[in-house]
Design a binder for this molecule. Structure first.
Ligand SMILES: C[S@@+](CC[C@H](N)C(=O)[O-])C[C@H]1O[C@@H](n2cnc3c(N)ncnc32)[C@H](O)[C@@H]1O
Length: 250
């Protein structure tokens, strides 16, 4: 992955072995993943419903495992925003730690497809507004937000939709607004895997394609780095999630 592109080198870069999202031969021996990756190519299956229902079931376990502290990579965005800024959190989950950290200073709208996750989020982050909808189906007026964040969520959408999502986000942002999102390191066609004891679905391109896609959809990448998966287990280091801070051009 290329180095941080701004002079504020605040994001961590990949270290050690070759960066990857996850591979079946890198299967952690403990942690939330079990059963191996299976191709998600059955046209008769509703993988969107699988994701929503899956998070309804695993929300308490995911929430219990999730780190309580927001990652340092949130700070470069927060530094750039004035108090009271309008921020959209796509796939906000149970709201901790990301939505909660943002809501301490900003007016945050959290969107999630899972009612189970949102019930926890409303309880844990009473100061934010929450909407239950699929991020591809919800809509906001043009220029509604100063920033959009999305942590560990975009890869639950079929990857053919990711460019369209970036275009929607571009429209929801005011000019010069920011996108902070975790993406994926390597190209992985749609697959399912057991995650916190439910079957879950992922689909993603590799980081080079995402960089090109962000440029095509009208974003400049300001900073980039790598996060692990955001909770503590022995397999944590096996996952590397690129994170980019991008700004809407024009
Ligand atoms: C791995 S969790 C991450 C939650 C939170 N962002 C965090 O950092 O803890 C992924 C979240 O994305 C949500 N999600 C998945 N697909 C979605 C979609 N199409 N629209 C809205 N939310 C979605 C899931 O319900 C889940 O809460």
């Amino acid at each position: 992955m290329t180095a941080v592109q701004s002079n504020q080198a605040t994001f961590r870069e990949p270290q050690g072995e070759t960066a990857r999202t996850r591979t079946s031969n890198a299967m952690p021996t403990s942690g939330p993943y079990h059963g191996g990756m299976e191709p998600a190519n059955d046209a008769r299956r509703d993988y969107r419903r699988l994701v929503a229902n899956g998070y309804d079931v695993c929300a308490p376990a995911y929430n219990a495992a999730r780190s309580l502290e927001p990652p340092a990579e949130l700070r470069p965005l927060m530094r750039r925003l004035p108090d009271g800024a309008q921020v959209l959190d796509l796939g906000c989950g149970a709201g901790v730690p990301i939505t909660r950290a943002l809501a301490a200073r900003f007016a945050v709208t959290g969107v999630d497809v899972s009612a189970g996750q949102l019930a926890l989020a409303r309880d844990q982050v009473p100061g934010a507004t929450f909407l239950q909808c699929d991020m591809m189906a919800c809509d906001f007026a043009a220029g509604s937000f100063d920033a959009v964040v999305s942590f560990y969520a975009i890869f639950h959408l079929p990857r053919e939709e990711h460019e369209r999502l970036f275009r929607k986000i571009h429209g929801w942002l005011r000019r010069g607004g920011y996108l902070l999102a975790t993406l994926a390191m390597t190209d992985e066609a749609a697959y399912t895997e057991e995650f916190f004891d439910v079957e879950m679905y992922w689909s993603n391109y590799g980081i080079d394609e995402y960089r090109a896609m962000l440029e095509r959809t009208g974003f400049d990448v300001l900073e980039s780095g790598v996060l692990h998966h955001g909770y503590d287990d022995e397999g944590a280091k096996a996952e590397q999630h690129p994170i980019v801070l991008a700004r809407r051009q024009d």
